[in-house]
Structures are given as C-alpha cells and as structure tokens.
Design a protein around this ligand. Structure first.
Ligand SMILES: Nc1ncnc2c1ncn2[C@@H]1O[C@H](COP(=O)(O)OP(=O)(O)OP(=O)(O)O)[C@@H](O)[C@H]1O
Ligand SMILES: [Mg+2]
Length: 426
C-alpha cells in the first residue's frame, strides 16, 4: 500500500515522451515507474502534431500506470523550444514594520513582476535572483531581517501562448490535469546539478534529440536560459546522409559505435551497416567520427556563444554539466571541454533518494531521464497543492503568493535556487 505523495513528471520530448511516477515520503523519492513512447509530434521541442503527441502521451502514461499500479490524473509537464525567452526585472518596496515579513517578500516580487508582456506571450516562471535590504545585496532569504527598503532582482521566463496552449491541449486530450508547466532545462538542472555547482557558476546543457537546452546558474540562482535548435537527431541525420543509409540504421550505429573524436578509436575497426537495399556491408568505424566531429564542434561553438553572450567572464563559470540522451555520445564531453575551455562532466539524475532499493533505480540513472526526474523534484519542492493549470482565471499575483508561501514555508525555507512558476497570466 502506498503511503507517500505521488508525483508524476511528464517529459514531452522530441524523440520520446516519458511519464515518471515518483512517491515522496519523508523527503525521499522513490521512482515507481517509467512509461515511455516514441515521440513523432514535436519539432525542435515544440508540438506540431496534436494527435500523434496525444497518442504518445497516452501510451507513456498507460505504461507507467501498469508498472506502478497508480492511476495518473495530474502531472508536472516540461516545456522547451525556441519560443522561450528570459529577462531580468527589478522591484522595490518599503517595509511597513521594522522586520521583513513574508507579505513584504510577496509584495516586492509582485512589484518586480509588473512588466509589459506582449499578448502573445505568457509568464512561465519568476525566479528571485537576490534580495537587497537597505543597500545590502546578495540576500537569499530576507524574512525576519530588519530594514526599511526591500529590493529584489528576478529572472522572468516567458513562452509563446500558442506553444504553451498546444502542450496543454495535448495533456488535456490525454485526460491529464497539468499542475504546473516547468521549463525543461530548469527541471534537468534540479535533477543533476549540485548546490555547490550552482553557487560557483555552472552551465547546464541538456542535449536532447531536437534541441539543446541551456540553463546558467551563479550564486545559487538561475541567471540565463537558452534553447538551441540542434540536438542528437542532427548527428543521426549527418550519419544517414554521409553513409547513405536509412535514418533508423544511422541511429542504431550512432548509439552502438558512435564517438565524437576521430583520433579516439582504432582506425582499422570495422562495423556492419545495413544499407537501404538491406545489404549489410563492412564500413570503417572511424567514418562515424569523421562525419560527426564537425557537428559536435558546431554545437560546442553555439554553446560557447550562448555562454559568452551573458559575459561569462563576469559571471565566472566553474564548469559545464551535460545531460540529455545525446550527451551519451562518447567523446562529446571532450570536444566540448576543448572548445569551451571549461571542465565538462556528464550529469546523471541524482536527486533521488530511494527509501528501499527500487528496481527503477538503475533505469533512471541515465541522462535521458534528467528532465523527467527533475519534474518530480520540482513537484515535491513546490508542495502538493492541487491548483490545476486548467484553472485559467488564477491571476499571476495570486499564483505567486501561493508559491512564495511554498518556497519559504512555515519553517522558513530559503528561496535559493528555487523557482516560482506561473500558472497563467491573469
Ligand atoms: N548511447 C547513445 N549515444 C549517442 N546518442 C544517444 C545515445 N542514447 C540516446 N542518444 C540520443 O539522444 C537523443 C535523445 O535524447 P533525449 O531522450 O534526451 O531527447 P528528447 O528529450 O526526446 O528530445 P528534446 O529534449 O530535444 O525535445 C537522440 O538523438 C538519441 O539518438
Ligand atoms: Mg529532452
């Protein structure tokens, strides 16, 4: 019999849609099931075919239900795509009493959130970067401190209304309520980054099938997000074109024999490759690296540009953490390390503490599931309130107040690294 809170993360990716069921009990998360189905209705992280996306969601959810024995009604869903934009905002209020109270924090975040957002965009997250009390900056949790003027710097993330609505529509048609929409790189970061990395400065790079999502942290807070329209599928397509073989076969040999640096393996090794005519031929393995190394370097260059865009020298990153299925390509971390001039590690989902040895434990130790696990972590950190996204009339400020309460909690949890997500603009 289940005793904990059940939280379901739904990762709607370009190559696979997966539903992860987690049970939260005594601050431990047990992964009870992973249901997965190939995804064909997305392009570059955005839904372009509702019917096939709904079909894949239903299949993934059904599989997760069968394995876990849990009926799935509501989910935390991830969102990505080139339509996502982030910017910084600032707010200030006077403190009425002599001490900062939770209401003051709510008011100051309210004031930072009063920004012009075009009608075709909606706010997904408002993330406090730091509070400033009477000129003293770098404060993460001002509640209980003395002062007269409270300021806050926040990072606001918006998405295109149409893309958000299409994702919601897919979930709704699959019979699911969406508790919250979470930016995928933020979810992945929750699963793979350590608090030390976030403090020192780190770029989380989630290389999926259709997109590479970037989230940059410094001083414990999210500072920048970006989505690049390049991912593992591009490696596969290059191999298919380069070797003149079907995409499916290119995908198979990429996963089995793929590596990113030409000098890495024995140049004489051969592999069996089936052509479009079904004939199997022997091809030198090094051809794969020759084809995809330039693509890996191109991806590294795009990541570098994104990091430099936010003047990384100023932010002083200490490293890069790669995750997502395509980060499994052998040698990609070394190409990135050389190109970026920063240490690179592969990030596996790590926020899961099992209350007993779960049979799912091994299955989830895969960078493909970072987003899904991160969605569960986000769900457990944000409480188990049942405010559904379907409640379209919940104003932005009401939602924010809910959140701030959740973030601080009655026992004074810090805001550090936490995100405040917006269900809907009023
Ligand atoms: N062992 C492996 N070696 C190389 N690439 C791999 C390996 N395993 C998976 N991949 C690649 O990872 C990609 C899928 O990653 P992931 O499951 O994280 O993507 P997604 O979440 O569906 O897509 P996106 O996040 O872009 O919407 C595919 O391109 C796949 O070929
Ligand atoms: Mg993904």
């Amino acid at each position: 019999m289940r005793r904990g809170n059940i939280i379901v993360g739904l990762d709607v990716g370009t190559t696979k849609i997966c539903a992860l069921v987690g049970e939260v009990m005594d601050n431990k998360i047990d992964i009870l099931a992973i249901g997965s189905a190939p995804s064909t209705g997305l392009r570059k992280g955005v839904v372009i075919n509702i019917e096939s996306t709904v079909d894949s969601i239903k299949r993934a959810v059904k599989e997760a239900e069968t394995i876990s024995g849990v009926e799935i009604r509501s989910v935390y869903v991830g969102i990505a795509g080139g339509h996502i934009k982030g910017f910084e905002s600032y707010g200030a209020v006077g403190i009425k009493g002599k001490e900062v109270r939770l209401q003051d924090v709510e008011r100051v975040i309210d004031s930072a959130s009063v920004v012009y957002v075009p009608l075709d965009r909606e706010v997904l997250h408002v993330i406090p970067i730091e509070f400033i009390l009477d000129g003293q900056d770098g404060i993460k949790d001002p509640v209980g401190m003395s002062g007269v003027r409270l300021e806050v710097k926040v990072h606001i993330i918006t998405g295109a209304v149409s893309s958000v609505q299409n994702l919601l529509k897919c979930c709704e048609r699959a019979g699911l309520d969406v508790i919250d929409i979470v930016l995928e790189p933020i979810a992945s970061a929750e699963a793979v980054l350590t608090e030390d990395e976030k403090d020192l400065g780190v770029a989380l790079v989630d290389i999926g099938g259709g997109t590479t999502d970037i989230a940059i942290y410094r001083d414990g807070s999210l500072r920048h997000t970006a989505v690049l329209a390049l991912g593992g599928n591009h490696f596969t397509n290059d191999i298919a074109i380069g070797l003149r073989i079907p995409v499916q076969e290119a995908e198979r040999i990429k996963k089995k024999y793929g590596y990113a640096i030409t000098g890495m393996a024995d140049g004489t090794e051969e592999m069996d490759v089936a052509g479009a005519d079904k004939q199997v031929r022997k091809i030198p393995r090094k051809y794969i690296a020759e084809i995809i190394q330039p693509r890996c370097e191109e991806l590294t260059e795009l990541i570098k540009r994104e990091i430099e865009n936010i003047s990384v020298q100023e932010l002083g990153l200490s490293g890069v953490v790669m995750t997502g299925g395509a980060s499994l390509l052998e040698g990609l971390d070394r190409v990135a390390e050389a190109g970026l001039g920063l240490p690179v590690r592969i990030g596996m989902p790590e926020g899961i503490k099992t209350s007993h040895v779960s049979p799912m434990q091994n299955a989830v130790s895969n960078p493909m599931y970072s987003t899904g696990i991160g969605l569960i972590l986000h769900g457990s950190a944000n409480g188990t309130e049942r405010v559904f996204y379907g409640d379209m009339f919940n104003g932005i400020f009401d939602r924010m107040k809910e959140w701030v309460k959740n973030l601080f909690g009655s026992n004074g949890h810090e805001l550090r690294g936490k995100t405040v997500s917006m269900k809907q603009r009023g």
